[in-house]
Design a protein around this ligand. Structure first.
Ligand code: ADP
Ligand code: MG
Length: 385
């Protein structure tokens, strides 16, 4: 789960990680009120969307006066912000962060993430902060410091020093930096984060360490133990079909192709996507209705896939184990009656009560193409698109 910069900074404050003073605003009046309370100008007006690269896209601007805060708010609120992370369609800005402008001596990069290979939390840092870190990593990888923290031991003093020396933190800021990094590690673990990124982390002209930007991603699989964080979810920023699917416990991820597919079981779903590609077509989604799906879940799955304008044909691949083929077939018939299907649908079904399932589909009067096996199904759906 992603959260906005202003929310990530609230979490930082709770853990004593220093951030500039500031608040979120939804209107011009509100923004100007906040700006006047920050104790002086310049202040910074920052678009809040779930994507980085806002500065380059025109979503982060410096205001020298209250009037300018007003002008910039009018400009940024409601704008369609395009950055390298939003894709060409961009994102509408619905809120802004108004925060105190800082006097920057240097911009650094700092992040914590889960490294699956080493089963560690890796701290990545670089003196080349504030810019495209991907470019630094690919062109000059020696400029990225990596420190691996074993989660069973927790972060050690020498590791804090390794990062601090690697970043060339000025001696006056050393103590503050170490304390901050230790707190960031605690924040990461306690909130089940998958990523915490500060780009840039700045050293101010008076040797203070400050998180100028903040990105926090929380592992969605751990949300059940963070009910307090659920309120930070912003459905406006998420894919509407994925939001709809999550209401029905469907594992759905939107992709770029045009073959919609409905499968029961994540492994079978991965294999089905591979076989669609093998047949020369591209999957439009990952949709796992789960081993124990009900007719209602199948109905919702089909309805959600048909909402997607780019889907030109659907492949339904079901292995009837816990979900019996007859129950599944009833779900398809119900969905088709309610939603209406106006694109080709290929069905491959095997397993418990398969004969009964096939009879239900055949007698439904729906225009479905049946396939004898997976390969046949993929070939038929690829031909259809
Ligand atoms: P993004 O990464 O989405 O572009 P940032 O929050 O990193 O957004 O802001 C982009 C740049 O704007 C920063 O690298 C920094 O130079 C400047 N900036 C951001 N916030 C402030 C601030 N409070 N004071 C001064 N400069 C800022
Ligand atoms: Mg940034």
């Amino acid at each position: 789960m992603k959260v906005h910069e202003y929310q990530a900074k609230e979490i930082f404050r709770k853990y004593g990680v220093p951030v500039p003073e500031g608040k979120v605003a939804f209107s011009r009046d509100e923004a100007q009120g906040i700006a006047d309370g920050l104790g002086g100008y310049p202040v910074v007006v920052k678009a809040q969307i779930h994507a980085g690269g806002r500065g380059k896209g025109g979503g982060v601007k410096l205001a020298a006066s209250n009037d300018e805060v007003g002008t910039l708010t009018d400009e940024i609120l409601g704008m369609n912000l395009v950055t390298h992370q939003t894709g060409p369609e961009g994102k509408e800005v619905k809120k802004i962060l108004v925060e105190a402008g800082q006097k920057i001596a240097s911009e650094l990069y700092l992040s914590l993430l889960v490294d699956r290979e080493s089963a560690c939390i890796v701290i990545m840092a670089s003196r080349e902060g504030g810019m495209d870190i991907e470019a630094v990593a690919s062109k000059t990888p020696e400029k990225i410091i990596k420190v691996y923290v074993d989660p069973l031991c927790g972060i050690q003093g020498y590791q804090l020093r390794d990062v601090a020396f690697g970043l060339d933190i000025p001696s006056k800021a050393m103590k503050q930096f170490s304390a901050m990094l230790k707190q960031l590690y605690t924040l990461f673990v306690e909130n089940d984060c998958s990523l915490v990124e500060i780009n840039p982390l700045i050293i101010t002209e008076d040797d203070q360490v400050l998180a100028l930007d903040a990105k926090v991603d929380i592992d969605s699989n751990a949300m059940f133990r963070h009910k307090d964080l659920l309120s930070l979810r912003d459905l406006d920023e998420e894919d509407p079909q994925e939001v709809e699917a999550s209401k029905f416990n469907l594992n759905y991820i939107n992709l770029d192709g045009n073959v919609g597919n409905i499968v029961n079981g994540a492994g079978l779903a991965m294999a089905t996507m591979d076989i669609i590609k093998n047949a020369g077509a591209e999957p439009a989604n990952f949709m796992d209705v789960g081993g124990g799906a009900t007719a209602e879940m199948v109905e919702n799955a089909l309805r959600i896939i048909l909402m997607d304008q780019k889907v030109k044909a659907v492949l339904i691949n079901i292995f009837g184990g816990i979900l019996r083929c007859d129950v599944f077939a009833e779900g398809v018939v119900q969905a088709a009656k309610k939603t209406g299907i106006n694109i080709p649908v290929v069905v491959r079904m095997e397993g418990t009560n398969v004969e009964e399932g096939k009879r239900i589909l055949a007698e439904s009067g729906l225009n479905l193409t049946s396939a004898v096996d997976l390969k046949d199904a993929a070939a038929k759906v690829a031909a259809a698109v």
